[in-house]
Design a protein around this ligand. Structure first.
Ligand SMILES: Cc1cc2nc3c(=O)[nH]c(=O)nc-3n(C[C@H](O)[C@H](O)[C@H](O)COP(=O)(O)OP(=O)(O)OC[C@H]3O[C@@H](n4cnc5c(N)ncnc54)[C@H](O)[C@@H]3O)c2cc1C
Length: 165
């Protein structure tokens, strides 16, 4: 699918539950519905309090499975009975209890991805200046991020204009 998109000079638009409010899952690219086959909760580690899921797992379904273990996934959108973890990460979703329970990005340990060149990359908490990344494209993304974030003008803009939490 990625190769097909590249060959045809188009993009892929992943679509989870499609409840985004700003047209995130519509566009001129190919819409990839992840809600049908990527619905598995792969692993639950009760002791370390983490789960590994596919992106099409519905937020409330996940919590239904976690309930008996005394665990829960905090971020709760008004659409939690259909919103999926992949879509929640894409939007950095949160809800009523966000001040206490945080937003989606506060609960991500690691994301396994396929990049636009087809390479697989794992994003986790790591030094973005580390030079040996598993994919040249991931290396490029980190390098460009580093350039953006170390730019003094950009730093000043973030300090003065980004809303305080
Ligand atoms: C009535 C209503 C109330 C809402 N209330 C809230 C609220 O309280 N809080 C809130 O934060 N939002 C809210 N939303 C917005 C939306 O429901 C949430 O952000 C929700 O979490 C999106 O999940 P989804 O599964 O529908 O994602 P989608 O809309 O399908 O996708 C969201 C984004 O993630 C990307 N994406 C999806 N899957 C993947 C993947 N596998 N890989 C890479 N990218 C992917 C998509 O391309 C898109 O950019 C509301 C929407 C409605 C209609």
């Amino acid at each position: 699918m990625i190769a097909f998109a590249a060959e045809n000079n188009t993009t892929l638009i992943p679509r989870a539950a499609g409840t985004s409010l700003s047209g995130q899952v519509v566009g001129s690219g190919i819409v990839v519905d992840i809600s049908k086959y990527f619905t598995t909760i792969i692993e639950i580690n009760k002791k370390e309090r983490w789960v590994r899921v596919q992106p099409g797992v519905i937020r409330d379904d996940l919590n239904y499975h976690l309930q008996s273990l005394g665990l829960m996934y905090g971020p709760e959108t008004s659409t939690a009975n259909r919103a999926m973890i992949g879509g929640m990460l894409g939007n950095n979703s949160c809800g009523l209890h966000s001040i206490v329970w945080g937003a989606a990005r506060d609960h991500v340990l690691e994301v396994k991805t396929l990049l636009s060149d087809g390479s697989e990359a794992i994003f986790t908490r790591e030094d973005i200046r580390q030079t040996k990344q598993e994919s040249p494209l991931k290396q490029k993304i980190y390098s460009e991020l580093d350039t953006l974030l170390t730019n003094k003008h950009n730093q000043q803009l973030i300090k003065t204009t980004f809303p305080r939490c």
